[in-house]
Design a protein around this ligand. Sequence first.
Ligand SMILES: [Ca+2]
Ligand SMILES: [Ca+2]
Ligand SMILES: [Ca+2]
Length: 198
Amino acid sequence: MILCLTMYIPILFQNWFKVENNGDVVVTHQLYRDVATMVNFTVRVTSAKTRPGSEHFGTLLLMIFEVNDLPPKVDDIEVETYEELPPGMTILSLEAEDPEGGPISHYYVQEGKEFFSVNNKTGEIKVAGRLDFEDRPMYNLTVVAVDSGVPQLSSTATIMVSLLNINDNDPVFNQVSRGSCYLHYLRQWCINASGIMM
Ligand SMILES: [Ca+2]
Ligand SMILES: [Ca+2]
Ligand SMILES: [Ca+2]
C-alpha cells in the first residue's frame, strides 16, 4: 500500500520546522521554550489506492524540553556587622536567580564554614563561630548557589565581612614595666615638710 503523508504545521511554527517528502520533521530554527513548550502537527494520511476522500488524521505532538545552559546569577557582597554576635544570628540573605526561571536548588558554604553557615534553602547567612574583632576584623566567605536544571549548574559569590568593633574589653595595665615607670616617676617629685608633692 502506498501512503501519502501530509503534515500541517501551525503558522507560528512554520519557520521552526519543515517536513521532508519522506515524512521526517526537521528543525530549521532555534526553538524557544518561552514561546511554546509543545507543538501540535496535524497529520493527514491517504493511500494512493484508496478512493478520493478516504483519509485519516492524527496528531504529532512535539515536546520542547528546557536545556540548562545558564548558571544562577548571584552578586558578590561586602557587608559590615558587629563583632561577638551570637551563633545563629543572620547577617544577610543571598539572592541568587536562575536566568532560565527555575528555582535555586540549594546553597552551601565553600570557604569560611568555621565562622559562617548558610541556610541551604533560603540563602540566609548566619554566624557559626566566634567573630572577634580583636582577633580578626575581616573574613572572606564563599557561598555556592546551585540551580535546579539538568545537569545542575552553580555560581559562587564572595562575601567580604568587615567586623565593627564594640567595647567588649576592660582596660588593663601593662603590669611590671608600667608599675616600675610609676615608681621611677614618683621619685622625681619633691615632697615638702607637710608631705605634699611639689
Ligand atoms: Ca539554569
Ligand atoms: Ca572582641
Ligand atoms: Ca572590641
